[in-house]
Ligand binder design. Sequence first.
Ligand code: CDP
Length: 253
Amino acid sequence: MPLIIKDEYPEKLFRDDGKRLDGRDKTELRPIKMDVGVVENADGSAYLEWGNNKIFAAVYGPREVHPHHLAKPDRGILRVFYRMTTYSVFERKRPAPGRREKEISMVIADCLRPLLFLELYPGTSFEVFLEVMDADGGTRCAATTVAALALADAGIPMKSLVTAVAVGKIDDELVVDLSGIEDKAGQADLPCAITWFNEELSLLQFDGNMNLKQMEEFLSLAKTALSEIYQIQLDALKKKYIEIQEEVSGGNS
Ligand code: CDP
């Protein structure tokens, strides 16, 4: 499926057969694939393909804080670095982190912080590096989702995972998991995330217009999609431990 070409937005975002341009139904997610333990030098890592998005997450910590003055004597700190590679989008992206990347790093950190017991790690830092290799809409949600997996893979005590997805409105219809073109040419985009230990929203951004009834419908659509994605996260974590178990029992026989 082609990625977005600037200024070439289609007039309609639904095909004549009622499907979205990429063939999905309104509540259908793009194909999602996740793996953990993919970066050898990291304490924990994960890789995600979500439609055309491809993202690596690498976690380091708890470790010494650099620069030292950022260290907190009473707790650990969490630092998130979301970056889009220059070749991840149709038009070359400037390599230096822009305002958008800083904002997305901040909202992802806000999603991850409630999961951690930072008060148990004074003077240290946890660092999460998120590298978007290919981008096609919803990268902040995909990056949040894969970051949680990498933290879990690092064996860092966590209250639960966090899962994120964007719901939106295109051609007056509510849809789940906006692709890049739907994000750009649609009427509303609402990325949201849920922390499973308390079932609270830890991300809710909104761009576009909708009425209150639609907002309720949005949240209900999002809840169903989030549960589906959560299951894929859990399966990715379990897969790693099943593989280790098989290796160990294979070695014993
Ligand atoms: O990725 P996300 O939807 O969280 O953030 P966005 O700022 O709403 O960007 C939507 C999409 O626009 C991204 O996923 C990219 O596919 C695309 N984009 C781009 O082509 N060039 C940029 N410099 C930034 C984003």
